[in-house]
Structure formats: structure tokens, C-alpha cells
Design a protein around this ligand. Sequence first.
Ligand code: SF4
Ligand code: SF4
Length: 85
Amino acid sequence: MTETLEYKGYKVENVAGGKADFYVYTDLCKGCGLCIAKCPKQCLKWSKEVGLFQTPAVEPDAAACIGCGACAMTCPDSAIRIERK
Ligand code: SF4
Ligand code: SF4
């Protein structure tokens, strides 16, 4: 049986020149900052949205993000998803 899970979160549309959408699942983000440290464009910053422990979640600068997915690969809690279009 397949179960569909829904997580709280938000979406930043049209990063990487419109080639991708960027999702952050706030139920999963624990605010560790690893993704910020690993972003090659240094375009991730703390968000006004809060994560699992009421610490800031993250959000990309949509204009600077290249949609490489390094942040999503780095996140130990799978709190980021990059959806290429
Ligand atoms: S997808 Fe790449 S460029 Fe965009 S925020 Fe993540 S690590 Fe940075
Ligand atoms: S998205 Fe993942 S790596 Fe980034 S701060 Fe949240 S838990 Fe840490």
C-alpha cells in the first residue's frame, strides 16, 4: 500500500533562471545550517519561516541559485527538494 505524506513547507518558484522550483519542508528542517555552508553560490540564507524546532529555516536567493541541488544532497533530513522543470 502506498501512503502519501504531506509536509508543511514553502516553495520558491523559478530559481536558476526559471529552470527549477525550490521546496523547503519546514517540518524536517532543524536549522543546522549545513546547506548554507555547502552552497557553491553562497545564495542560501536564513528565512523568516521557522523549522522543526522554531529555529529559522532557509531560503535561496532565486536570482543567484543555479539549481545545482548541493543543498538538497547535503541536508541530512531531506528538508530541501529541487524540482527541475
Ligand atoms: S540549489 Fe545549489 S545554488 Fe541553489 S541554493 Fe542549493 S546549493 Fe545553492
Ligand atoms: S534545510 Fe537541512 S541542511 Fe539546511 S538548515 Fe535545514 S536541516 Fe540543516
